[in-house]
Design a protein around this ligand. Structure first.
Ligand SMILES: Nc1ncnc2c1ncn2[C@@H]1O[C@H](COP(=O)(O)OP(=O)(O)OP(=O)(O)O)[C@@H](O)[C@H]1O
Length: 243
């Protein structure tokens, strides 16, 4: 079977009014794989994800996606209002809008996908609860389930496991691995050393430029981390932090 096309960015510059954040970024995000984007605070990880998602337009360069793909983007939970008057099931069902449009009624397949995503993230019991009544970690699982429900060939997530307990982290990691095994291009921004080390591929950013890209074991060397973070890793905390 032919390998699905990867996502590629070439010579990408992007940023915000009066501020260029990404400078000539060239990177490849392989299909059927999980890629971790890592780098210090402010290095441009979220900006890169938003540009690949099409939320931000590049000022230079190109983003190439598999033809006809509309990426699914799971933003940081702090960017989503916790006051939305909708249930967990409705939140996840919104993920089907991309596939079915706003008008068409939910099909049995839509319902099945939503049920599967709720189950994968271990939140079936929370399905009737209002999003506003959930803990931060429970809400994060619902947002990841919404991203998965889009069944997109490209799934982009901004720090999906940040601040979660071990069970929630494991549920999300397993769900991302399952999506990749089914052929999706999964890209996650992460500060978690374990998530980065367990990814199939890694892109290390520093000051809006690609410092290195490749297998995590080759990219996340002590030297590279010292260069990027200016100090060293803190393996005991498992998080990638500078001083
Ligand atoms: N909406 C915005 N308007 C202006 N500048 C922004 C905006 N969002 C981010 N920036 C700036 O762009 C730079 C890169 O931010 P970005 O969020 O992409 O970094 P990051 O690597 O994801 O950081 P972190 O690890 O802290 O989440 C930062 O200097 C930030 O201040």
């Amino acid at each position: 079977m032919a390998q699905p096309d990867p996502v590629t960015v070439t010579g990408l510059s992007a940023g915000y009014p009066g501020r260029t954040v990404l400078h000539e970024v060239t990177a490849r995000f392989p299909a059927a794989s999980v890629t971790a984007i890592v780098g210090p605070n402010g290095s441009g990880k979220s900006t890169l994800l938003s540009t690949v998602a099409g939320v931000l337009s590049p000022t230079e360069g190109t983003v190439r996606l598999p033809s006809g793909t509309r990426p699914a983007l799971v933003v940081q939970r702090s960017e989503v209002s916790d006051r939305l008057p909708i249930t967990v099931r409705e939140t996840v069902t919104m993920g089907r809008w991309a596939a079915r449009g706003l008008i068409r009624r939910l099909s049995n397949k839509d319902r099945q996908v939503v049920a599967d995503c709720l189950r994968q993230l271990g939140i079936t019991e929370l399905a009737r609860r209002r999003l506003s009544t959930l803990s931060g970690g429970q809400r994060q699982r619902a947002l990841v389930a919404q991203g998965l429900a889009q069944n997109s060939a490209v799934l982009l997530l901004d720090e999906p496991t940040a601040g979660l307990d071990l069970a929630a982290k494991e549920a999300i990691t397993a769900a991302l691995n399952t999506a990749a095994a089914a052929g999706a291009t999964v890209v996650q921004v992460t500060h978690e050393l374990t998530d980065a080390a367990n990814a199939d591929h890694c892109v290390l950013l520093s000051e809006g430029r690609v410092l290195d890209t490749g297998a995590p074991s080759a990219v996340l060397t002590e030297d590279a981390l010292r260069t990027a973070w200016g100090l060293c890793t803190q393996p005991s905390s498992g998080r990638l932090h500078g001083k």
